[in-house]
Design a binder for this molecule. Structure first.
Ligand SMILES: Nc1nc2c(c(=O)[nH]1)N[C@H]1C(S)=C(S)[C@@H](COP(=O)(O)O)O[C@H]1N2
Ligand SMILES: [Mo]
Length: 513
């Protein structure tokens, strides 16, 4: 086998691989430079985030249904596949016309650079990582050509000739450089992120002692309080923002008497309350996992807004902005109707985990997270829905989105097999800000039977429930439904999450015997 006269197909593949390798090295270099400067300006993240933002709502809904929390990884994975395909084409083109191939690589990086600069909250320097990617990718490909270039004069070099060894060394070296830069980028990111172990104030208005949940007695029921590590996470971010608490500030502007900016210490020095509140995502399907309950420590939203003095005759929405410029709207009248809306800085006795909004986020009981729970919050603008639209408003989701009364069966699991005899059917029910009055269970379409409720925490918190079921052998269907303290019964009318939350009853099938 001769390296000098490879068959055309092999040669095409080889050059496609050069294109891919050069691009991967370039992306790794750009990612590393971004990790050292502005992480979100990484070409990979800039393209990925733009794709997430541009994905039409139905496709995003489909992805969330199909892949759950892995939806972003799948979407971005597809982008990477497309980019590497283009890189392979650039490599093949470069074999014939080197300049054109190199220009394709530079063009690809250029697209990433433009997207990085167009991201909300970005600066002109955000183009630097993409420039680095362009230079490194093009240089790598150019260098691979020089190393592998086997002109007629070297036609006798053969399998073990210097040029072949050169190619192996060069490709191996570039691949190793890519891996090393990738690893270094990760290390830099985690180093820069640092810890979140900041001192939290003691609540001036603490929550009462927390009751014992049912989970100790009946395994399979969601714990009454969700541990931070198990708390569902939903956001548009590919990577968790690295917020430095010492330079972080919260600004209140718009229709206010006087614009104010608070440091973290100033915020934490205000009166703090501790509240048990259940958070729910509008994307949660009936019976789905995007719900969690925690004890939040924070400052009442009304106190924070009062510092600026709001003009409620003008404004009808609070437009919250996160550290990257992403926006979430909240109806002002709902936030100020007396419910425990807070700017939270603590979650279950710790600082907010980075995934959940460190150092501060909004929590409004009774509203879905996408119209209330802004994480990494840095600004609240008092404005009107006419004047400004938030991220999801632009994507046609509802603007006033109270959490719908619902319930979920945690145990037994759908399609599981239980032993004949007493089986515990159990789960959770929620009607934030109204409270749960009753949960009922229906077996095989027969009469609804009342379940026993777990301890009441607050009306803003979910309620555990269970029923001892005398299970007979065979296939069975189990459904549940909740009734709130206003007497409303959970509807069996099905609705999908878009645009204001799912509804309907969960019914599972299990076998016994
Ligand atoms: N900055 C920011 N805040 C955000 C989001 C986001 O994408 N970006 N997602 C919201 C949505 S849709 C929900 S359901 C909650 C989820 O909060 P969690 O991830 O802490 O559970 O955060 C909300 N806050
Ligand atoms: Mo959500």
């Amino acid at each position: 086998m001769q390296t000098t006269a490879p068959n055309p197909r092999r040669r095409t593949l080889l050059h496609a691989a050069y294109g891919v390798l050069a691009t991967v090295v370039g992306l790794a270099a750009g990612h590393l430079v971004a990790a050292l400067t502005v992480p979100a300006a990484s070409p990979v993240l800039a393209v990925g985030s733009t794709v997430i933002d541009l994905t039409p709502t139905p496709l995003k809904e489909w992805a969330i249904r199909q892949f759950g929390s892995a939806d972003k990884v799948i979407l971005v994975g597809s982008v990477i596949v497309v980019v590497l395909l283009l890189a392979a084409i650039a490599g093949v083109v470069a074999d014939r016309r080197e300049t054109v191939g190199l220009l394709i690589l530079v063009g690809l990086a250029g697209v990433a650079g433009v997207l990085a600069v167009l991201r909300p909250g970005s600066g002109p320097l955000d183009i630097v990582p993409a420039l680095v990617t362009a230079v490194v990718a093009a240089t790598s490909l150019w260098w691979l050509h020089r190393v592998s270039d086997q002109g007629p004069d070297r036609s006798s070099s053969g399998v073990d000739g210097p040029s072949r060894r050169g190619v192996v060394l060069a490709t191996g070296g570039l691949a190793a450089a890519a891996v090393a830069m990738g690893a270094l980028g990760r290390w830099v990111t985690s180093y820069r992120l640092g810890g979140t172990d900041i001192a939290l104030p003691v609540a001036t208005d603490p929550a009462p002692s927390f009751p014992q949940g049912l989970e100790g007695k009946y395994s399979g029921i969601s714990p009454l309080r969700t541990p931070n590590a198990d708390f569902y996470r939903v956001d548009t971010r590919l990577t968790v923002p690295a917020v430095d608490v010492d330079s972080w500030t919260l600004t209140i502007d718009g229709d206010v008497e006087q614009e104010i900016t608070l440091t973290f210490d100033e915020l934490a020095a205000m009166n703090t309350v501790e509240r048990d509140i259940t958070l729910t995502c509008v994307s949660n399907e009936v019976g789905g996992p995007y719900i969690g309950s925690a004890r939040w420590l924070g400052v009442p939203l009304k106190d924070v807004l009062a510092k600026a003095g709001i003009d409620a005759t003008k404004a009808d929405q609070i437009l919250s902005t996160d550290v990257d410029g992403m926006t979430i709207s909240t109806p002002l009248d709902v936030a100020l109707d007396g419910r425990d809306a807070i700017i939270a800085i603590g979650m279950n006795g710790e600082a907010l985990p980075r995934e959940h909004g460190f150092p501060a986020r909004m929590v409004v009981p009774g509203l879905y997270g996408f119209v209330s729970a802004c994480k990494w919050i840095t600004k609240m603008t008092l404005t009107t829905y006419d004047a400004e639209q938030a991220y999801w408003t632009e994507r046609d989701w509802a603007i006033d989105a109270p959490i719908k009364l619902s319930s979920r069966i945690d145990t037994p699991k759908p399609l599981s097999t239980s032993k004949t005899g007493t089986v515990i059917v159990g789960g959770i029910a929620w009607a934030q800000h109204v409270g749960i009055d009753k949960v009922e269970v229906r077996i095989d379409g027969e009469a609804w039977q009342p379940a026993t409720l777990g301890p009441q925490v607050t009306d803003d918190y979910w309620r555990q429930w269970y029923l001892e079921w005398d299970a007979k052998p065979g296939q069975h269907f189990i459904a549940c439904r909740a009734t709130n303290k206003d007497g409303d019964v959970q509807t069996d009318v099905r609705a999908r999450p878009f645009p204001e939350g799912s509804s309907g009853l969960q019914e599972i099938s299990v076998s016994v015997g």
